[in-house]
Design a protein around this ligand. Structure first.
Ligand code: NAI
Length: 675
């Protein structure tokens, strides 16, 4: 019996190899797991069974992928290449066994886990609508390294294989069967029996159909690869994200065939693994894990009451109902709640695809215009208009109607928690839960500690955020919290640049070239110029000496609130910004103004302990403000660029553009830290 693998040969003559990774809640392919597999395979081959079934001993899935922690131990390309060459040799050994092999996939099979299954002759998966199968390596700045770039092409044809690897998306077992990645699905309890029939009957092994294999002709590969590269370049510039280009290149050169394709995969994997892009994306992976596990997963919330059925309240309610909570929704009139319920239905049909799930969520989201159900809620979230007196009035009446241990949360983006808490009898159960717009797409929620918020209340709030599948970021109560604080100089500098004569398109291009997902001008339009004006007023003096609120005020006075009114800095058609095709190329100084202002603000936030740890700052900036993941976050980026260089550049900018670029004194302390 091995430490991780359990081997048996049953009376039917079939060997079974079960992975139940020791001291781990999930199966991952660590070096030790793979080394042990090699020994097990040799032993099984000597027993000459009629077939071999691979399965998982964990009820939560098959294999989640490689042991990502081990990536950090590799710091030269050859070492990375050698590690995957050993893994490839092992999987090839499996593939060449003289008896049939079947993988039973009882749930999640990702990355290396799926690659292991691909090296079996047949794959069977437990029937579920969950998207359990995928090759998400691209999200870590690498690509499959255990033969996945070769075997997916062989099984599904190049278009599907490349799509899976380039997007890193997961698919359901049914979809995987449609595209030829797996051979069958069955109820979990039948899988072993079905696997045994595959071994007895040895049906023909799957292969991509001929019309897809034709695409592997060299001349077609050259053409398709070029088109794909163009498409990828729009989303992921080569300099920031080399992995997608490496995937396309492997296919262009080798067409997913022969030994050379495996060797090239290994060499390319080794190179990518030590790239700064991959190292930083791995860091982002662990930052996400860190936030995901910040609080104990107890205190399950069953009932939520949301007050304010507007843009935020309506969407928060919908999201939570989609995640299984019973939610009541309150506003000043039934019509307003009705409108939010209609919007919620759209969110449900997008998020919940399995039969009956969307309808079940609809049932969980209940109209409660008068707020009669607040008393039975575990948490009440306030998301009404951003006015202190309105919020205080609401809290005054609310508290007498709910039990003293119900948590009260506000979604305010700019009002001091302490001011709102003044009217509360039990301010210790009051916290901020700052969601971002659009709620269903943005993963972060800032969990705000007011002066009087109790530790327990914060823990409940954090567990709740985790329960609904979002990432909690603990923040101090201070204007703008973390994310808006970082974004303010970004947007305000864009307005300054606008005043200096740059056009919106050029300004946004400067930021997008750096890797920001949305340029600052479009971001202001999306946030709403009325909201941006409000935020700029509140953050005035913190983010920048100057600010562009005069331009914002002009736009707001004209009724141009941005995307929501169809007019802002851009015109919007079907919610898409209408951009000029031709505009001046941005210069590096413009990019520096936009990005270095954010970095300077990030350092200020760190010095003021807006977040308690440096890692939280990078995490908040990436998951909340969209700071490019390939950089590892603003602080990591500054360290990589060289802090002295950044400080020097900020000094130059401050000489030219004024004190808003004065390097924050916190840079000195940062220069002494190492990430
Ligand atoms: P909104 O104007 O879309 O919705 C506010 C809703 O509250 C309206 O439906 C209104 O009828 C209702 N309301 C007003 N007074 C009420 C009362 N006394 N009782 C019950 N309902 C009442 O506003 P939005 O944008 O949803 O903002 C809500 C809160 O979320 C604000 O505190 C805002 O600062 C915050 N926030 C807004 C973000 C955004 O992008 N819009 C992002 C993050 C936070």
């Amino acid at each position: 019996m091995g430490k991780h693998w359990k081997q048996s040969v049953e009376s039917d003559g079939i060997a079974r190899l079960i992975l139940d990774k020791a001291e781990s809640s999930v199966n991952t392919l660590s070096r030790e797991v793979l080394e042990e597999l090699e020994l097990e395979l040799t032993e099984i081959a000597n027993k000459n069974p009629t077939g071999l079934i691979f399965a998982s001993g964990k009820s939560n899935g098959f294999i989640f992928g490689a042991e990502i922690k081990e990536f950090g131990q590799i710091d030269n390309a050859q070492e990375g290449t050698d590690a995957v060459l050993r893994g490839q040799a092992l999987l090839n050994q499996m593939e060449d066994l003289p008896f049939p092999t079947v993988a039973i996939i009882n749930g999640t099979a990702l990355g290396g886990g799926l690659e292991l299954a691909l090296a079996c002759n047949y794959r069977l998966a437990a029937d579920t609508h969950d998207k359990t199968l995928g090759l998400p390596e691209i999200r870590l700045g690498i690509h499959p390294g255990l033969g996945g770039t070769v075997r997916t092409v062989r099984l599904t044809g190049a278009p599907t294989a490349l799509d899976l690897m380039l997007t890193g998306r997961s698919i359901s077992p049914r979809k995987a069967m449609d595209i030829g990645l797996i051979d069958g699905i069955a109820p979990p309890e039948d899988l072993d029996q079905v696997a045994a029939t595959y071994i007895c009957n040895r049906p023909k092994q799957a292969r991509a159909p001929w019309y897809l294999r034709i695409l592997n002709i060299r001349i077609l590969r050259l053409l398709v690869a070029r088109a794909l590269e163009k498409k990828v370049a729009k989303r992921a510039p080569r300099a920031h994200y080399p992995a997608p280009y490496a995937i396309i290149n492997l296919w262009r050169q080798y067409g997913g065939r022969d030994k050379a394709a495996y060797n090239a995969e290994a060499a390319s994997f080794g190179r990518l693994l030590i790239s700064s892009s991959s190292k930083n994306l791995v860091r982002v992976f662990f930052l996400r894990e860190r936030l995901r596990n910040l609080a104990p997963r107890k205190n399950k919330v069953a009932r939520l009451h949301v007050i304010g059925a507007g843009v935020m309240g309506g969407d928060i309610a919908a999201w939570c109902a989609a995640k299984g909570l019973e939610v009541t929704l309150q506003d000043t009139t039934e019509e307003l709640v009705e409108m939010a319920l209609k919007r919620a239905n759209k969110i449900f049909s997008r998020l919940l695809r399995a039969p009956g799930e969307a309808q079940a969520a609809q049932k969980r989201l209940i109209m409660d215009a008068e707020g009669l159900q607040a008393r039975s809620a575990d948490i009440v979230i306030e998301a009404i208009v951003e006015k202190l007196d309105a919020k205080q009035n609401l809290f005054r009446n609310l508290e007498s109607n709910i039990s003293p241990d119900t948590l009260i949360a506000t979604n305010t983006s700019s009002i001091r928690l302490e001011d709102m808490a003044e009217v509360l009898e039990y301010p210790e159960r009051f916290v901020g839960l700052h969601f971002f717009n659009p709620v269903s797409r943005l993963p972060l929620v800032e969990v705000i500690k007011g002066e009087k918020s109790a530790r327990d209340s914060l823990q409940i709030a954090m567990s709740f955020v985790m329960q609904i599948g979002k990432l909690p970021l603990p923040c101090k109560s201070a204007p703008g919290f973390l994310v808006n604080r970082i974004l303010a100089p970004y947007m305000m500098e864009a307005l300054e640049a606008f005043k200096d004569g740059y056009c919106s398109e050029t300004i946004d291009a400067a930021a997008r070239n750096f890797g920001m997902p949305v340029g600052p001008v479009e971001l202001a339009d999306r946030v709403g110029l009325d909201v941006a004006l409000n935020v700029s007023t509140i953050l005035q003096g913190i983010s920048s000496g100057k600010n562009g609120s005069d331009i914002l005020r002009k736009k707001v006075d004209l009724g141009q609130f941005g995307a929501k009114t169809g007019h802002g800095f851009y015109h919007y058609k079907n919610n898409r910004a209408q951009r000029r095709k031709h505009f001046p190329t941005p210069d590096t100084q413009l990019q520096d103004r936009l990005i270095l202002g954010m970095l300077n603000q990030a350092v200020a936030c760190l010095e003021e302990s807006i977040v308690e740890e440096l890692e939280f700052l990078d995490a908040g900036a990436i998951f909340g403000a969209g700071f490019p993941p390939f950089t590892g976050g603003p602080i990591k980026y500054a360290q990589e660029m060289g802090i002295n260089k950044i400080v020097e550049r900020l000094t130059q900018l401050s000489e030219e553009f004024g004190p808003r670029f004065h390097p924050h004194p916190g840079w000195n302390r940062l220069a002494r830290l190492r990430l």
